[in-house]
Design a protein around this ligand. Sequence first.
Ligand code: ATP
Ligand code: FE
Length: 365
Amino acid sequence: FIVLGVETSCDDTGVGVVTSSGAILADSRHSQLAWHQKTGGVNPKVAGKLHREYLGSVMETALRDAGIKMKDVYAVAATVGPGLALSLEAGMDFTKKLVAKENKPFIPVHHMEAHALTACITHPVSFPFLVLLASGGHCILTVCEGPGKFLRLGECRDDAPGEAFDKIARALRLHTHPLVSDLSGGRAIEVLAKFGNPEKFPFPRAMSQRLDCMFSFSGIKTHTMRVITSQEANDPTGPHSPVLQCEDISAASLAAISRHLVTRTQRAILYCIEKWPTLNHLVVSGGVASNLYLRKKLEELASYYGYHFSCPEPSLCTDNGVMIAWAGIEHIKAGLPLMKDLSTLKFIPKWRLGKDISNVVADER
Ligand code: ATP
Ligand code: FE
């Protein structure tokens, strides 16, 4: 069977068409990056308006690319939360109309669950597995026991890693850098880091005293901001001059953020080895997981502990409609209920994933 997935939780409009056997028939997207770069961050009003403007054409493209009509679609899935209220509302309004007009069953999808399940489309991943979700708004270590069944070992106390990358990139004015101006903050830093020396600006370790699976990226971000300000003070010539050393600062901040992600994931693996003897798979997803440097570090970590490692291809790590369609398919396969009447359905801007067991992890380490 075929499921159509609609994603509008933040600043990417996505419609994906996927079959129950995991064939991706369409992955249609519209990115708002260029609009939001002008104002230095996602403006929720603009985001909602652009989703409403582009959803129709993004969906038409998806159906055309897939070579199907709505009558061939078995069910529709959409992101219900978490995310920006005005973005989610735009997606909900569109989907409600579509579902009513076409008389299709509906699957409400948690955006972070969709990120977590994406790896199952292209990799042989079976439940339970450990998953690190690192993205623009979240950082979560969780055990996935099945669709809708998540146990949270840890999450971030402050800025998410993608948010830290975006803020550092902004401070480095990478949106005006000739090499990387059209890329997201995290991707821009990944590209420039290749030309830099991470040892040039040593970074303190984040939360090294705490023995749990929680994350904090604000210290790394603040440290980077201080380095940038002190470099700029020496710099009479303006942005991107050799004095600012964008490449070295990018390399150092990427190394520091990755190191924190890797140490926390190591702790989670140690806990899982004790508690879930049958679990032997690390999955990594979310926008930040498209970073090849970080993926390599995490893959090395997993292999050290004899864990399998799976990460969706970089383009499926960032927001897209395919992952929403696939989460819908996983729900259907698991026998979770489909919705018919959407009149009472509300979007959920704040929605934690699964059950919190972070205390257990902290106590036992
Ligand atoms: P969330 O999933 O938490 O709701 P989101 O949906 O806005 O947040 P995603 O699309 O999943 O975020 O990820 C976007 C984030 O990923 C941005 O912060 C971006 O800078 C970061 N990112 C994208 N590519 C890379 C990369 N190659 N390296 C590091 N970070 C990256
Ligand atoms: Fe996301």
